[in-house]
Each structure stands twice: as structure tokens, then as C-alpha cells.
Design a protein around this ligand. Structure first.
Ligand code: KG4
Ligand code: ZN
Length: 319
């Protein structure tokens, strides 16, 4: 089976061809344009700009994905596109192109849930069997999920306000670090020390829900207090923010490990997916944590953590 996947739900215009043949999975092409330049002066994604960029790029990106895969449109068995959640303009572009192609090639069109794409992405490059535990941390969502099987996902907890990636982006904007904020904060944090005790909401709620708005407010307060005092305060603020983020993730993961073990005593696969999963500090810390609880951690390679179309094509193949 060969599937063309299209992803346009936010600020990445992406297309990919994935093949599943003789039980072997292969990404034949994975083309992506990240609209960082277009949105950076705004410190976040501007939906109207994203929409117009997708219109400009989608033809070129799709054709490149086909060309790089060394296949022809006629070899494609199905066309998949992200159907949601996401920004409406982008979703409209991706699904319209995919439906048009499907109609003209007389092949099925498959709409894919973006979050399911992230959740199933580790199965593209690993031998990962169901059930498994998932920490999903993106720019729009933060949740802990049990993937029981394809199409059956149990949400153990989710953010009650901001998503984790969104919090990274907002703090980066506050500190004038550019967009997207996650990688910038990670870089700045390496030079600093976690000297500020920032608030960690819901730490004792004994569940898997998250709240990041209080952490954001407490970071803003500290920035206001410190910005004129120390030359390198940005490094320390970033290190303190990341430290607080990890402490929250650690507590929630521990709660989730317990719930998962009660349901599946003999299973131990744990995956972290989404843009924030590409953060090395978070990856390393969670790896240690998983090991100490006898969980086997799987994190997709970075290009498959952030938004991409290979996960969309793969999810269509799974379905
Ligand atoms: O999964 P993703 O590409 O798109 C969504 O589905 O939202 O995630 C994007 C988010 C952004 O908020 C970005 O700042 C964050 O992932 N991100 C990171 C890093 N790289 C991307 N956050 C922390 N550290 C990183 N290295
Ligand atoms: Zn995403």
C-alpha cells in the first residue's frame, strides 16, 4: 500500500509518501515547509497568513513529495489529509487538494485526526505494539492517553488551559526570543540555572490533568521583577521555566504510570510525541524517569515529533 499524506493544520505545509509492503514500513518522501519566517515577527501563528502560505505552497510541496518518492500519482493507493483539529483555513486547503486528487485518480480520500497522527507516529519506525501509554505535548494540545488499539484512545488527563508548546511560545515571546519559542528556550536554558521557584499548578491534584497558565503568570512576574537587575536573567528564567515544566510532567507521568500498570500489569511501552518531545532536556529527563519505573521509552526522531505529513500517511495506512 502506498499513501500520499498531506498536513496543513497549522504552520507547516507538508506532504509525504509512505509505503507498507511485505510488512515493511518505509517513508519514501517527507517534504515540509515550516512558515517560521512568515510568523516570527508576530511571536505566534497568524491564521490568515498561514492560510495564504498554504495556498502558495501546497502544489509545489505535493509534487515534490511525489517526485522524491520516485512514484507516480498512478501508483498511489489512497490520499490522506489532516481533517482536524487545526486552523480552519489550513485544513480547508489540505483536505480540498487531497479530495481533488482522490477524485481525479479514483482513489479513496481519508481524513485523519491530527492527534491520532501524533499518537501513532512512533509505530512508523518502531515495533511498538498496543496498548501503550502516550504523553502528547504539542503547540495546541497536552494530554496523557492510553492507546488501546487503533481508534480506541483513552484520555487520562489533559490541559485545563494552555498547551505546553503554546506556553513555551508565549514565554519566548515575552523574552523576545523569536518564534517558535520551544527551541529558543531550550537553547537559552542551557546557559542558565533554575534559580527561580516558579509555580507548578495542579502538582498535588493526584490526577493526569495539567495547567500551565499559572506557570506562565509566575514566569511573567519574575521577568518583571528581574529584568533590570541581572544581565543574564533570561538564561536563568528559561532554565527555571524548563525545570518547572519537567517537574509537572514528572508528577503527571508518575500518576499515569500507576493507572496504566493497574490496567495492563505486563505492558510497559511509553511514548512521548508532539513538538515539545523534540526538546533534548525533556527527552533525557523523561528517559531516566521511565527507566526508574521500568517503562520502555520510545520517542520518534525529531522530524517525526513536530508536525509532518508522514504521520498522516502512516495513520491512513493503519486505518
Ligand atoms: O506538534 P507540533 O509541531 O505542532 C502542533 O501540533 O501544535 O508542536 C509545535 C510546538 C510549538 O509550540 C513549539 O514551540 C514546540 O512544539 N517545540 C518545542 C521544541 N520544538 C518545538 N518545545 C520545546 N522544545 C523544543 N525543542
Ligand atoms: Zn501537531
Amino acid at each position: 500500500m502506498i499513501v500520499l499524506g498531506i498536513e496543513t493544520s497549522c504552520d507547516e505545509t507538508a506532504a509525504s509518501v509512505v509505503e507498507f509492503k511485505n510488512k515493511k514500513k518505509k517513508i519514501l518522501s517527507n517534504v515540509l515547509y515550516s512558515q517560521f519566517k512568515e510568523h516570527s515577527s508576530y511571536g505566534g501563528v497568524v491564521p490568515e497568513i498561514a492560510f495564504r502560505e498554504h495556498i502558495k505552497l501546497i502544489d509545489k510541496i505535493t509534487l515534490q513529495a511525489i517526485k522524491k518518492s520516485k512514484k507516480k500519482f498512478l501508483n498511489i493507493d489512497a490520499i490522506a489529509a489532516t481533517g482536524g483539529p487545526g486552523l480552519h483555513g489550513g485544513l480547508l486547503i489540505g483536505t480540498t487538494i487531497a479530495k481533488g486528487l482522490a477524485l481525479s485518480l479514483n482513489k479513496p480520500f481519508i481524513a485523519i485526526n491530527h492527534l491520532e497522527g501524533h499518537i501513532l507516529s512512533p509505530r512508523l519506525e518502531n515495533n511498538l505494539n498496543f496498548p501503550y501509554l502516550v504523553l502528547l505535548v504539542t503547540g495546541g494540545h497536552t494530554m496523557i492517553v492510553i492507546a488501546h488499539k487503533i481508534g480506541k484512545y483513552e484520555i487520562l488527563g489533559a490541559t485545563l488551559d494552555d498547551a505546553l508548546g503554546e506556553s513555551y511560545d508565549k514565554i519566548a515571546k515575552l523574552l523576545n526570543l523569536g518564534f517558535p519559542g520551544g527551541p529558543q528556550i531550550e537553547t537559552f536554558a542551557k546557559k542558565g540555572h533554575p534559580i527561580f521557584n516558579l509555580s507548578k499548578p495542579l502538582l498535588n491534584s493526584n490526577d493526569c490533568n495539567f495547567s500551565f497558565s499559572g506557570l506562565k503568570t509566575s514566569t511573567i512576574r519574575n521577568v518583571e521583577l528581574e529584568k533590570n537587575k541581572k544581565k543574564n536573567f533570561k538564561y536563568d528564567i528559561c532554565a527555571s521555566f524548563q525545570h518547572a515544566v519537567y517537574k509537572i510532567l514528572e508528577t503527571k507521568c508518575k500518576n499515569a504510570f500507576q493507572i496504566f500498570k493497574n490496567k495492563y500489569p505486563n505492558k510497559n511501552n511509553f511514548v512521548v510525541v508532539g513538538g515539545v518531545a523534540s526538546n533534548n532536556f525533556i527527552r533525557q529527563k523523561i528517559k531516566k524517569l521511565a527507566k526508574s519505573f521500568k517503562f520502555n521509552l520510545i520517542v520518534p526522531k525529531k522530524i517525526l515529533c513536530t508536525d509532518n505529513a508522514a504521520m498522516i500517511a502512516w495513520t491512513a495506512i493503519e486505518k
